[in-house]
Design a protein around this ligand. Sequence first.
Ligand SMILES: NC(=O)c1ccc[n+]([C@@H]2O[C@H](COP(=O)([O-])OP(=O)(O)OC[C@H]3O[C@@H](n4cnc5c(N)ncnc54)[C@H](O)[C@@H]3O)[C@@H](O)[C@H]2O)c1
Length: 447
Amino acid sequence: MKILGRKRDEVKKSVREGNVTIAVYGLGKMGLPLAAIFADHGAKVIGVDVRKEVVEAVNNGENYVKEEPGLDEILRRNVQAGRLKATTDGVKASKEADVIVILVPTLADEYELKLEPVYEIAKTISRGLEAGDIVITESTMPPGATESLIPILEDSGLGIGEFGLAHAPERTKTGTAIQDITTNYPKIVGASDEKTLEAVVGLYETINKKGCIPMSSIKAAEAVKVFEGVYRDVNIALANELALWCEEQGLNAIETFKAANTQPYCHLHMPGAGVGGHCIPVYPWFVIRLAKKRYPKLIRIAREINDSMPKHIVELLIRGLNEVGVAPKGSKVLVLGLTFRGGVKEFTKSPALEIIKELKDWGVKVYAYDPLCSEEDANKFGAEWKEDFSDLDAVVIATDHEEFKNLDLKKIAKEMRHRVIIDGRHVLDKKVVDLGFVYLAVGVGKL
Ligand SMILES: NC(=O)c1ccc[n+]([C@@H]2O[C@H](COP(=O)([O-])OP(=O)(O)OC[C@H]3O[C@@H](n4cnc5c(N)ncnc54)[C@H](O)[C@@H]3O)[C@@H](O)[C@H]2O)c1
């Protein structure tokens, strides 16, 4: 049933009664939980992905996004009930759907915005678009980009108004996606007209207990999500800059930040080895690239500071090796963690990869270990896989995996040739020093 033009309560009822078909394009770490949750609230859901293996897994009721607790069960339940299926045929899905959600990666760097997957999907959708359909972008979009899909969608022969367009950004993170989508935050919604806004608010109120924040425009809704990311990037850069200053001054940044953050207007983030993933280091470029007269200097400098942190980790390592009389060239160093953050197997812009490159430039023999990865992953990034600590001169912690918080340091101390630990994520505490380690961490200097 088409929901465009219907009041929110009517939309909620129709979704719950199984009368609304939703196509979700992109069954990745975000799209798959979203598709499963829509189905779990009664909608008929068609997931669309270009990866055949993903489509096959979903149709077998198998969850491949292992990092998402609870998703196994929701997925199985809804595939079995016939409410969720997947396909690679995006045109057919568009023809069958009343609501179409786009949730594929949007990237950018210093040089360009990279929105090809979204434009490609819009072309596919236009070939199946019908009057009364609503297209929603959930991918994070540079402000203005969702509306740039209108001419592509109008290739369907329909004009905007005959179909609706909205932006409702995904405000989640891997590991808590189910709670984030259903209970943790309100949904931000901007739409092409009042009728679309009303229907889309009804749709998300069906799955989100916190409800919606309707925005005055699609562009305003896009800006909300982008600004969230920029805030975090700039805040982390500030934390990193103050942490480097603390190192020079012989202060412990973590101690000072924790105390400062007890004041309600201070929210300093954690300093560390750098910022990775396809969100926080990307969204600042959406703002920078779109700026016209006023260049966003602060945001640009924040990017530079955060991008420089892997180099700082290597500086700390060289200092650590110096303490034990070992030259970097020919030293043996284990990098713990390849992924950009703990608990998620994602390598995009991972600081660990920059650290490995930089260490190799110094002539270091680099080993790597990551509980979520394989030997092939380590080799792909230029490191040799190593699961023990024998013969090492130093260890660099690049990712905050839970496993690294519980390392058997007594045993490790006995195995290593020299005891140097560079903690890029503040996962260890002072006790390491009692075991004879030279311990250096961002913002802490030498303990
Ligand atoms: N991962 C997060 O924590 C997070 C948080 C908030 C917002 N987001 C937003 O969601 C987007 C997607 O993130 P993700 O983590 O799900 O990415 P992902 O890489 O895990 O998944 C993307 C999926 O899209 C599929 N895909 C790519 N091109 C396609 C096409 N043309 N047609 C159909 N499917 C296609 C891929 O095969 C993949 O399965 C991000 O780029 C960002 O804009 C992500």
